[in-house]
Design a protein around this ligand. Structure first.
Ligand SMILES: [Fe+2]
Ligand SMILES: [Fe+2]
Length: 345
């Protein structure tokens, strides 16, 4: 069996930012590593962290979610003693993974640079500024929870976000945060309610990682309407189940938010601006793997909500049909409705 080549990047990640990720990715490439462990360190007397350990862990998980080669690691948090330096972490990794070939990725000087960027980000939050070195998912995490003295925060986020972290896989968790952020931005641009958009974006996939049987019982228990095709497909049913679950479990009562969740994957003719915004945000959020049309839909999203959503649904429809899968008739109807809009504009 070949040796696993591991890079080790330690930090308090308070918060994690794009330079941490860039350094890890660059090491993967230039040192031909298999993985980089992003090892979260405990707060120490020499370096106090502003954010709680649990928050720094969830942000690190979200930041790594787009790249399977980046592995968030709790090895320093879960050790029987608290390693205080990268060299101690290296010894710990060597003893717990004897078949790996681990290497530390940085000098003290680059560690100081990364920490300076984190400090700059912390200061930017207090002024309500969005720092360019923050990934959208991490930004949303901090701003929704009001971390680092951010002046605005999303009501109930302190209950919802840990719940989503438990219910979703890391990729879906990061996606949900990014869709919340993207939905809010689109809502501001196109005159929808930004707070409702953020709520719906955050919760739109809250049932996505449940087994199909669980989705079915959530929908049937709530007496929600779902046709047989929907009931037999998790890809379709998670939106209806998500709306039922958001009402029951997350306490959402606003019909606009619930409808935006329920129809986020098909749309519906005559859909509200809020529903359009969430549907489009789901398609273009920055964590998405590149695919044909994505750049074009993102470009259109800057100028026309109708046209961008139409192109995204046409792309979805083509993709689904090319795979020989079932296209829900509501998606077809929504495309027709959006085409009729663009003909009259
Ligand atoms: Fe979804
Ligand atoms: Fe989604």
């Amino acid at each position: 069996m070949s040796t696993l080549r591991l890079g080790i990047l330690c930090g308090c990640f308070d918060p994690i930012h794009s330079d941490d990720i860039l350094l890890a990715r660059s090491a993967l490439k230039h040192l031909t590593l298999d993985h980089v462990l992003l090892v979260l360190m405990r707060s120490s007397s020499s370096q106090d962290c502003q954010a709680a350990e649990g928050d720094r862990w969830k942000m690190t998980v979200a930041a790594c979610a787009g790249d399977q080669r980046l592995v968030p690691s709790r090895i320093a948090l879960d050790a029987s003693f608290s390693p205080r330096s990268a060299k101690e972490v290296l010894r710990l990794v060597k003893s717990s993974m004897p078949k790996a070939d681990p290497v530390l990725l940085e000098e003290a000087s680059s560690s100081a640079v990364r920490e300076t960027i984190s400090a700059d980000i912390r200061a930017s939050f207090a002024s309500g500024r969005r720092h360019p070195a923050l990934q959208p998912s991490v930004w949303e995490y901090c701003s929704a929870l009001g971390l680092y003295h951010y002046p605005d925060s999303l009501e109930h986020a302190e209950a919802w976000i840990p719940e989503l972290f438990q219910a979703l896989n890391p990729h879906r968790f990061a996606h949900s945060l990014s869709v919340a952020d993207q939905s809010r931005q689109l809502a501001v641009r196109y005159g929808a309610d930004a707070l409702k958009a953020e709520q719906a974006g955050l919760l739109h996939d809250c049932a996505k990682c449940f087994p199909l049987k669980e989705m079915q019982s959530i929908v049937l228990d709530a007496h929600a309407s779902a046709d047989p095709e929907m009931l037999s497909s998790g890809a379709l049913l998670h939106s209806v189940a998500g709306a039922c679950y958001a009402r029951k479990h997350y306490g959402i009562t606003d019909p606009d938010v619930l409808k935006a969740i329920e129809y986020h994957n098909t749309g519906y003719p005559g859909m509200s601006r809020l529903a359009m915004v969430v549907c489009l945000a789901d398609y273009i959020e920055p964590n998405r793997e590149p695919f044909p049309l994505l750049d074009e839909v993102r470009r259109l999203s800057g100028t026309s909500l109708d046209k961008a959503l139409l192109l995204s649904l046409e792309g979805t429809s083509e993709h689904v049909l090319s795979k020989g899968k079932f296209l829900h008739p509501r998606t077809r109807d929504t495309i027709q409705w959006l085409r009729s809009l663009s003909e009259t504009h």
